[in-house]
Design a protein around this ligand. Structure first.
Ligand code: IVH
Length: 711
């Protein structure tokens, strides 16, 4: 067993040392933070299980990475430590437990010493009460730690963390950071004041930097953290000066105070206030809690809101506020016991890019996409990601066979951020856009000055299938059971060529197809039949006329009531409709002018599709329910018994209200189902927003009034 463990330890130690160097010295990590953390955790667990295999040089004992030779070394008078991580609420609670027990233990030791000295009254004391601990929560900024030294109030030196004991002298580069004052705002500065904090790049500066790189044809930056790290470690500070770096202070290093002066505070929160008063940037999101349950809620709440900020955070740092308690708790060789980093689940992962393929949409646009080795990131398994267009593939320089960084943030669609260049196979060649449509084989065209490449063949099967799938889609005719795969089956069998053919499909034609039983064929025909009566805005949207979206379709219906009247309208009459305008009016007129389109519409009509009704159309677009929630916001969280999330939101909007995704002061009520989101609940409670169950919700819908006792 020990031999196997020794081998795994060796592997882990070597791998971690390698990745430390990639991250800290070369600013070019090869694996995601999450994968790195997993290696370190495995190493620590294994070392804890096998104390006989301990090794003082193990990377588990070290902080950060080795120091590079580009910059002069700077010895930290007080070491720059790392933080232990909590990956979930349980680990956070376990840490709080250790803190409490740690404080009880030192109190017990002190009491025992007093007993020994013979000055204790009671010897048989009860269990000591748990100490009161105030926790300060700060955001965990995703940048890099530095230590900034002020002497007599003047900025004199800045150093990276390095290995924790010795960092790199980056004074000239840090001097270019506008956030960091050259002089402290005080007449009586300490002789020496070292302030520690995080250098970072805002998302907006990062986007601007990448836009400049793209315009100049230069390589692209993968994320704000790597850009900040790379920028700070430039040999030429003039380059750093162009990078718009920022800084948050959160900790003290060495402090020397002359004579009887003091720069000590009893609490961390007071220190942050003092740093702010000296003109140092301190982040505004600092919150203090006295219960770990509140800390957990706070962390979960930031996990949901992390994208609301213009800088990246990868967690929340929880610290003991009371400096005297911190002293009692002390540190291990690498991290203080009085703080912990609650880490959010990762939004970036590395994986293999198996292939780059191109899909052709209903308008003929050819979009490259990445086929990935499936990877769990941002809460789901991702196996495909869009690459947008030819220029994006080139700018990011991703190639089949590359290990790539994949990002999935919140509800945003997954994205390939860029390659891990150091892991690129030697034989790799740049990817080039196909010259011919993968579906119909006709040449693809990219007009001069445009970003998109298109298939312009009129009879391209991919375009045809996508048009039909769009027609049947949720926002259009909403034909259940007619997704892309079913469409492909029907077109491949020659049963349909366009959406109008759907309305003449026969049961026996469907059941003759491979793997379509009588039941599903019957269901499909029933959904198609149901779609015949869809309101006119849905049909107008389903036609897929360029620029004609659901809002303009509703506006046209409100004005003209029937499709025939829309067709008969002049471009001027169309453009005069509120919410339509000239661009839409022109594409709509041009579309209706084509014989082929008119013929298609007639086939839809004879298939029984409703073209609207001069009398009832007004009712379809006008609200039909009493507008009991006009202008009010009702937020829903958790699972309700009688409504899906969409249905609950629809029920609110149908009554004139809104159903946003988060709670604010203006929220009328929070409706709570099973397994609600903790942050929404906490927020509603803290703002005094009424909380309703499903019955209360139904009452609110019916009356527009909050049920008694809920406010
Ligand atoms: S306190 C003695 N506070 O996270 C520990 N660190 O994973 C002092 N970090 O090395 C660190 N935001 O680079 C602290 N609000 C914050 C932080 C923070 C980001 C970084 C810092 C640290 C790393 C540990």
């Amino acid at each position: 067993m020990t031999a196997g463990a020794q081998q795994r330890l060796d592997e882990l130690r070597a791998a971690i040392a390698h990745h430390n160097k990639r991250y800290h010295t070369l600013d070019a990590p090869e694996i995601s933070d999450a994968d790195y953390d997993a290696l370190v955790r495995e190493l620590r667990t294994l070392e804890a299980d096998h104390p006989e295999l301990a090794d003082a040089t193990s990377p588990s004992q070290a902080v950060g990475g080795p120091v590079s030779s580009t910059f002069a070394p700077v010895e930290h008078a007080i070491p720059m430590m790392s933080l232990d991580n909590a990956m979930d609420a349980d680990e956070l609670r376990a840490w709080a437990d250790r803190v409490s027990r740690g404080l009880v233990a030192v109190a017990g030791d002190a009491a025992a010493e007093r007993d020994d000295a013979g000055d204790a009254g009671e010897t048989e004391a009860d269990d000591p009460p748990l100490p009161v601990v105030d926790y300060v929560c700060e955001l965990k900024f995703d940048g890099l730690a530095i230590s900034v030294r002020f002497e007599q109030g003047r900025f004199v030196q800045a150093a990276t963390r390095g290995d924790g004991r010795v960092g790199e002298d980056v004074t000239a580069n840090v001097a270019t950071i506008a956030d960091i004052p050259t002089r402290l705002a005080t007449d009586a500065p300490p002789e020496v004041l070292e302030v520690r904090g995080e250098v970072y790049m805002t998302r907006s500066s990062f986007d601007a930097l990448n836009a400049r790189a793209e315009a100049a044809g230069e390589p692209h930056f993968v994320n704000p953290r790597n850009s900040a790290a790379g920028s700070l470690r430039q040999k030429d500070a003039a380059v750093t000066a162009t990078r718009d770096l920022s800084f948050w202070s959160y900790q003290l290093g060495e402090v020397v105070v002359a004579g009887a002066g003091e720069f000590a505070t009893a609490r961390h929160t007071e220190l942050l206030a003092a740093l702010g008063a000296l003109g140092l940037p301190v982040n505004e999101h600092v919150d203090t809690f006295s219960s770990i349950d509140d800390v957990v809620d706070h962390c979960l709440s930031w996990q949901e809101r992390r994208h609301d900020l213009d800088y990246e955070i990868d967690g929340v740092v929880v610290k003991v506020d009371d400096i005297a308690q911190r002293r009692l708790l002390g540190s291990t060789s690498r991290a203080p016991r009085w703080a912990i980093a609650y880490k959010f689940p990762p939004e970036e992962q590395t994986t293999l890019l198996r292939d780059i393929q191109v899909s052709v949409g209903r308008t003929g646009r050819a979009t490259p996409f990445a086929v990935l080795e499936p990877v769990f990131v941002g809460g789901s398994t991702v196996s495909m990601a869009t690459l947008h267009n030819e220029d994006q593939v080139q700018f990011k320089d991703v190639r089949p066979g590359d290990t790539v960084v994949v990002r999935k943030a919140g509800d945003v669609i997954p994205e390939v951020v860029g390659p891990v260049s150091s892991l690129r196979p030697a034989e790799s060649v740049p990817w080039s856009f196909p010259t011919h449509c993968p579906s119909c084989g006709n040449p693809l065209v990219r007009p001069e000055g445009e970003a998109d490449t298109r298939c312009v063949a009129p009879d391209c099967p991919a375009q045809r299938d996508q048009k039909i799938a769009f027609f049947a889609g949720r926002g259009a005719m909403d034909i259940e059971g007619l997704g892309e795969q079913m469409v492909e089956k029907l077109t491949a069998a020659g049963l349909i060529r366009d959406p109008a053919d759907l309305y003449t499909l026969q049961l026996d034609e469907l059941t003759a197809l491979d793997r379509i039983g009588a039941t599903s064929a019957g269901n499909l025909l029933a959904s198609i039949d149901e779609s015949r009566g869809r309101p006119l805005p849905k049909l107008l949207t389903a036609l897929g006329v360029r620029h004609l979206g659901p809002a303009a379709a509703r506006a046209l219906t409100a004005e003209f009531h029937t499709l025939d009247r829309v067709m008969a309208a002049t471009p001027e009459e169309l453009a005069a409709v509120d919410g339509v305008g000239e661009v839409i009016a022109n594409t709509v007129t041009a579309w209706f002018a084509l014989d082929a389109n008119r013929e298609y519409l007639e086939r839809l009509r004879s298939g029984g599709v409703s073209f609207g009704d001069a009398d009832t159309a007004a009712a379809e677009v006008a609200p039909s329910l009493p507008q009991t929630l006009e202008g009010r916001a009702v937020v829903v969280t958790g699972t309700l018994a009688n409504y899906s999330r969409d249905e609950a939101a629809d029920a609110v909007t149908a009554r004139g209200g809104k159903s946003p995704g988060s709670v604010s002061k203006k929220t009328l009520a929070l409706v709570v189902g099973d397994s609600p989101g903790a942050s929404k609940l906490t927020k509603a409670e803290s703002l005094g927003v009424p909380i309703l169950d499903e019955t209360g919700f139904e009452q609110l819908l019916a009356t527009g009034e909050l049920p008694d006792g809920s406010a």
